[in-house]
Design a protein around this ligand. Sequence first.
Ligand code: GRF
Length: 221
Amino acid sequence: MTSPEKMRVVVLISGSGSNLQALIDAMQAGDLPIELAAVISNRPGVLGLERASKANIPTAVLDHKGFTERESFDHALIQKIDSYQPALVVLAGFMRILTPEFTQHYLGRMLNIHPSLLPKYQGLHTHQRALDAGESRHGVTVHFVTAELDGGPSVIQASVPILANDDASSLAKRVQRQEHVIYPLAVKWFALGELQMRNGKSVLKGELLPESGYQLHSEEP
Ligand code: GRF
């Protein structure tokens, strides 16, 4: 018997690729039924590209510095991504603001991970901002990507406690451990056909998810 064809996924990165690694690990453990068709970085020489090569995943670099217009970079990126014919695009630390052409092209088939409990703390420096605001909890969200920056419908959130002696780096580490749990899970749901975006909302196993997505709470220090 031949195994059913696995969903083709392209991952976009700009840096260390620890979320990419979590996907590779889940795949190699037999717990994520996808084929990583390619890893594409907008920065040459980053650790995430090495992680991909080690796992025998095709890599490509499309350096944004070679483009004067955001539109022309995104246009070239669409062509590069589509040459691998993915059913899903996964943004994993891809540090670019996306054009409407790009987000529209992959609407309902592109996920992002953002290190905050959205809709709180869109944008950068989320850990420091949560600390400065005196929050008792912080976390991470996987969401579908729409034209609104960090604004598409949430799929899953994991929250962690903020401890008295935390700084941005200790808090980021605690949040990242949860990133590596929820991103493979969200991608798995999508690959199994259990997760869709419908009318601008996330639907899991036929049920509309709450605004903030499926909720996980970790008490791990
Ligand atoms: C993660 O913290 C993610 O939430 C944010 O960028 C970071 C990427 O880290 N979007 P890595 O490259 O996956 O290690």
